[in-house]
Design a protein around this ligand. Sequence first.
Ligand code: C5P
Length: 398
Amino acid sequence: MSSLRGKRIILAVTGSIAAYKAVQLASDLYKAGALVDTILTAEALRFVQPLSFAAITHRLVASDLWTPDPGGGVLHVELAAAADALLVAPATAHTIARLALGLADDLLGCIALSTRAPLLVAPAMESHMYQHPTTQQHLATLRERGAVVIEPGVGHLASGASGVGRLAEPAEILGYLAATLGRTGDLAGRHLVVTAGGTREPIDPVRFISNRSSGKQGYALAEAARDRGARVTLVSSAELPPPVAVQVVRVETAQQMLEAVQAACRDADALLMAAAVADYRVAHPATEKLKKGAAPLTLELVENPDILASVRGPFVRVGFAAETSDLLANAGAKLRAKGLDLIVANDVSARDAGFGVETNRVTLLDASGAEELPLLSKREVAERVLDRVVRLLAERRA
Ligand code: C5P
């Protein structure tokens, strides 16, 4: 996740049994390229050891307010000034109350008051403690001050009970962090509509016609745009977990996708149609499950609306062309026929590019010519496409 690379994150761990999950979180942050300094409250030390974090992050781990600063300054002042984000995960009810009240009786409390970096709080506690009006009021206070509260999940709790209060998963926490750090990116203030997945056209209540599109390229685009500050609406027919801090509109058929795209595009700055929309649908889907029979089954197919061709801007319009032959000629024809600003062409017959895999090899084609990109991760492809979108938006403004 490129937006975390080189970012100074203070990971504050407090005294919840979920503290052990913070070790995984620290590891994921480190792998994403973040520079992680870890603060453990006195109660966190009952659950986890500083060494676990130091071995993973290769950076400072401190609990005591009076820990000497390695650079000779005052530790909480130096950490607070250098931080890009203060992430409290897991956050106990006690720490949430202390943060809301501004208590400064330990290292975390002093850093929280000293820093101007965004605060993210991921609560983890028993359901009753979480739902108590006191905790909820403190969380509301933190939100009012601009903090991002990463809601806990529902499930098995340490007490054996089941309910709300589980620490959010590390991937979700990283998503919120990337989105928060990207708030001032080059797509800040923009609304991007992204489509993803292969549409499903019903044959009967249990069967459908679809294609091999996984939706991964579209999801990578949505996350990358979010992490560059955009508000993102993702119109999706893909079976993938929803990205955090992105508005997801679930659809199945091309017709539903058309309606969702039309609605989302009312105030859009750009539409990126990464979805593999089925060109045809079954004219008359059966209302009951079709039975096996002696006669061959014939399905009458009718053409679906072309979403890109029918949703015309003022906004920037980007198409995707999945081809198995004559890549550039076919993609170029689509660019012109649909009046697009840009088309992302990929040869889906290659094994390392296109459907289902994590990588893609694409050519960016616009009226001025073709730019062939090397084999890249889908996230990197997304970044390159968004570079073009940023440029196109700037040109429109000029
Ligand atoms: O014509 P073709 O389907 O190959 O064009 C691909 C591009 O057009 C993709 O961006 C796809 O999302 C979009 N498309 C569409 N509506 C359709 C078919 C494709 O918007 N019915």
